[in-house]
Design a protein around this ligand. Structure first.
Ligand code: THG
Length: 371
């Protein structure tokens, strides 16, 4: 039986969609109201290529929320719980956006271009939020979703490939820094970034009509590096401790409970939404922490990818947290998980138990990242 996908203007195809289908994408999900390819049918091979070679990912779903105009600096700062006063044009920063209670609304990569900012967002409605805040505050800004779609090139061989396509200058880009560039006249931003710790770049396509052309150019140049199609990799990102917003946290989590403490500046003169709440949470200490779990023995039904429901974490039969992701790590040879666990339990450092199809499994709490 084949099931056709019904796409409407509500659920959008990406500029690379045709290429991903041709390359053999076998599963998609919806993210920011757009189709995100998840795999090309062999996750083990995609993981191997990502950790040893180079892969190409359609991550157009990381939509940009663009803020420009006379008050852009002030508006962007007010939306961000990180001090941006030293941020330079050409720089990107991983940031937290919080509400007035300090709840995490999104964890974008923020790019500062010469005349505008892009919040490169995870899966939540930041366009509405930013427009509402700007209007209520009277900021003189224009906020829109531009025609910009990131294509990630990830893996240890990514730098050689990107240098071949764009020149040796890309090797000097620091993490999250970027520059504007063209490939065959296709307008792009080339940024050293991506949702893996294997090294790599993102090409922000600035003309959605030319996505398949860009895909083909990268794949042709990547042939000699044995490039292959892949997608944000659940196993690698858990090993690397990268947050999946909405996957690892609840709508009530604050950034301290999501492993984002180092991106919250509470001792700063700049003002931003949620600052007082975040100062108070920091002073009192967060209720939970995002930590790693190493499962002591057995497998916890890890083919259930991703976990459809978060499951309780127990200690002496009492619920002390929630586990929302679990995988077998090829590089560690262990089953590992991400969980939000009560701070006092984390600090005590004693083993916990997770519920699994195999029954209760003992697990050791560990700091992130695993690798
Ligand atoms: N690329 C782009 N936009 C994005 C993502 C991306 N938007 C949503 C989502 N991914 C944002 N989430 C992350 C999470 C972690 C990192 C990048 C994006 C990351 N973290 C490094 C770390 O944790 O070690 C470094 C962060 C730092 O120290 O500044 O890279 O992938 N365009």
């Amino acid at each position: 039986m084949t099931v056709d996908l019904v796409v409407s203007p509500r659920i959008r195809k990406t500029p690379f969609h045709e290429s991903t289908v041709k390359a053999g994408a076998t599963a998609f999900t919806v993210y920011n109201k757009m189709l995100l390819p998840l795999t090309y049918g062999d996750l083990a091979e995609e993981y191997r290529r990502l950790t040893e070679g180079v892969t190409i990912w359609d991550v157009s779903v990381e939509r940009q929320v663009e803020i420009s105009g006379p008050d852009a600096d002030a508006c962007v700062q007010y939306l961000t719980s990180r001090d941006l006063s030293k941020m330079k044009v050409g720089q990107g920063k991983y940031v937290a956006m919080c509400d007035h209670e300090g709840r995490l609304l999104n964890d974008p990569v923020l790019l500062k271009l010469h005349d505008r900012y892009w919040f490169s967002i995870a899966d939540s409605e930041i366009l509405f939020w930013a427009r509402a805040v700007a209007a209520e505050r009277g900021f003189d800004v224009t906020i829109r979703e531009p025609d910009v779609s990131p294509l990630a090139i990830q893996g240890p061989l990514a730098e050689d490939l990107i240098a071949e396509l764009f020149g040796e200058w890309v090797r000097d880009l620091k993490y999250f820094w970027f520059d504007e560039a063209e490939l065959n006249g296709i307008p792009l931003v080339v940024c050293r970034s991506g949702w893996s710790k294997q090294g790599g770049f993102e090409l922000f396509l600035r003309d959605g009509t030319r996505g398949n052309e860009l895909w083909d150019l990268v794949v042709a140049a990547g042939e000699k590096y044995d490039i292959g199609p892949a997608a944000p990799n659940h196993v690698e990102r858990i090993e690397s401790g990268l947050l999946s917003y909405g996957g690892d946290n609840t709508p009530d989590s604050n950034p301290f409970e999501c492993g984002m403490a180092r991106y919250v500046d509470t001792e700063t003169d700049v003002d931003y939404i949620g600052k007082a709440a975040l100062q108070q949470i920091k002073a009192e200490g967060p209720a939970r922490l995002l930590v790693g779990l190493v499962i002591d023995d057995g497998t916890a039904g890890t083919d259930a990818w991703p976990l459809e429901h978060c499951v309780p974490v127990l200690q002496n039969e009492a619920e002390v947290g929630t586990m929302c992701a679990i995988v077998d790590s090829p590089r560690l040879g262990k089953t590992i998980a991400l969980a939000q666990i009560q701070t006092d339990v984390v600090e005590a450092g004693l083993p916990v138990e997770v519920t699994s199809p195999d029954g209760l499994l003992t697990a050791t709490i560990t700091a992130l990242p695993f690798i």
